[in-house]
Design a protein around this ligand. Structure first.
Ligand code: FES
Ligand code: FE
Length: 444
């Protein structure tokens, strides 16, 4: 059966079988084995031999800065009998020694074998047993990406329209770039990774209902420190590479100086240096956006296909949340929340950025658990006998798939890259699953 047949084409009806266990091995091979995947931040491994471990799909990998200062990625698997080589989250190691028979690897090469003469009569060719290495690694604005596909197109091409959004609102080289906070927060969700990814990619529709408690707390105005989302501000969504490549999505592009004013008020409370930095940052952003009639302050949420979710992007008082949704079987996702702050920001503002991200997006934050509850209400219904035979609806504004650009404000003049959409749309989610099915149906 073709995976693409799970999607009811023009009607926008999706078959819950897209989340089934049967498809999972193919998903690991065709999606996670072929796409560029985000692995972490290079600033968390600043010195030679520094490393961290993470996952590509369900494969554990070691990301290390080697003796020549190059970032390399190895399968965390001893080539001898398959034991995990490194059991730590991060650290510094000139060599990794396997705990089973003691083989030792330096810069990925096998450099030590116990009893080599006695056990192997000196006939073991060390050069034939290096660690399995991920063939393509690229650091982009401090973000480490890698792919198992040796023939993959360059990362810049994979990002396509998304590049402008990452450069302008996330990486901000003009302000000195990103500083990664070591060690992501991790937790397990008993749901398929796609439910989380598609939510970040394209679901601004849920916010006011799922997150009612936060919305109410903000609107009561008892504590201004909670306020980050301005009321009644024109907001757009963007489908990057619409029907032309990897579907990355960006939400809550707020066109107004309200979000800036809120940030500035928070910064003033922290000190004059923080306020000055926020003003300078805004001046530089406006310079970059000078050609556009509508100038977004940020995008707040997004997803780089397949499993890098983004949150808090653009606000000067919110750390950038870079969230990996690692699959663990078809019905479990390991969520890793990395944080990055802006290198040049005053320390008080960096501290504030980290606090705000965790206050909202930590496993026990005031926002993320709302979503977790919903995903866990959906997950059993994707498997239960009668329930799984009924379609899921992704049919909001189907005509927007074809329309050149929807919001009339963009009728003339330079536009932001990608397909600009109204705030509420399911175009990005349809793009997500269409492309996913395309990858799944490829013969590899
Ligand atoms: Fe690693 Fe044998 S499994 S040395
Ligand atoms: Fe949410």
């Amino acid at each position: 059966m073709k995976t693409s047949s799970l999607f009811g084409g023009a009607a926008g009806l999706f078959d819950p079988a897209a989340f089934s266990e049967d498809l999972h091995p193919r998903e690991l091979r065709n999606v996670f084995g072929r796409c560029w995947l985000f692995l972490g931040l290079d600033s968390t491994i600043p010195k030679k031999y520094d490393y961290f471990t993470t996952y590509m799909g369900e494969d554990s990998v070691i990301v290390q800065r080697d003796s020549k200062d190059r970032i390399r990625v190895y399968l965390n698997r001893c080539p001898h009998r398959g034991s995990a080589l490194c059991v730590f989250d991060s650290g510094s190691a000139k060599a990794f020694t396997c705990a089973y028979h003691g083989w030792t690897f330096t810069d990925g090469e096998l450099t030590g074998v116990p009893y080599r003469r006695e056990a192997y009569q000196n006939e073991l060719d060390l050069s034939a047993h290096s660690l399995y290495e991920v063939p393509k690694v690229k650091v982009y604005g401090g973000l480490v990406f890698a792919t198992w596909d040796a023939n993959a197109k360059p990362l810049e091409e994979f990002l396509g329209d998304a590049k402008w959004y990452l450069d302008t609102f996330l990486i901000r080289e003009e302000m000195g770039g990103l500083e990664g906070v070591p060690s992501p927060q991790r937790y397990i969700m008993p749901v398929n990774w796609k439910l989380l990814a598609e939510n970040f990619a394209g679901d601004d529709y849920h916010f006011e209902f799922t997150h009612q408690a936060v919305v109410q707390a903000m609107s009561r105005g008892k504590d201004d420190r909670l306020k980050h989302r301005p009321d009644k501000v024109r907001s757009f969504s963007v489908a990057a590479n619409h029907r032309s490549g990897p579907p990355h999505g960006f939400l809550e592009l707020r066109v107004s100086d309200e979000p800036f004013k809120i940030d500035l008020a928070h910064a003033r409370a922290l000190g004059a240096d923080c306020a000055e930095w926020v003003e300078e940052r805004q001046r530089r952003l406006e310079e970059k956006l000078a050609v556009f009639a509508l100038k977004p302050y940020s995008f707040h949420i997004g997803n780089i296909f397949p499993n890098l979710a983004l949150i808090g992007i653009g606000s000067a008082t919110y750390a950038k949340g870079l969230i990996q949704h690692h699959p663990r079987g078809s019905n479990v996702t390991e969520v890793w929340v990395w944080a990055a702050v802006e290198k040049s920001a005053p320390q008080a503002l960096k501290d504030r950025q980290k606090f705000v991200l965790m206050q909202r997006q930590a496993a026990a934050g005031i926002v993320a658990p709302d979503d977790h509850e919903i995903f866990q209400r959906i997950a059993p219904n994707l498997r239960a006998e009668e329930s799984k035979r009924r379609p899921l609806l992704y049919n909001m504004a189907l005509k927007d798939d074809e329309r050149e650009t929807s919001p009339p404000e963009f009728a003339s003049g330079p536009r932001w890259p990608g397909k600009i959409l109204p705030q509420f749309s399911e175009v990005i989610q349809r793009d997500f699953y269409r492309y996913w099915a395309e990858l799944m149906d490829r013969e590899i």
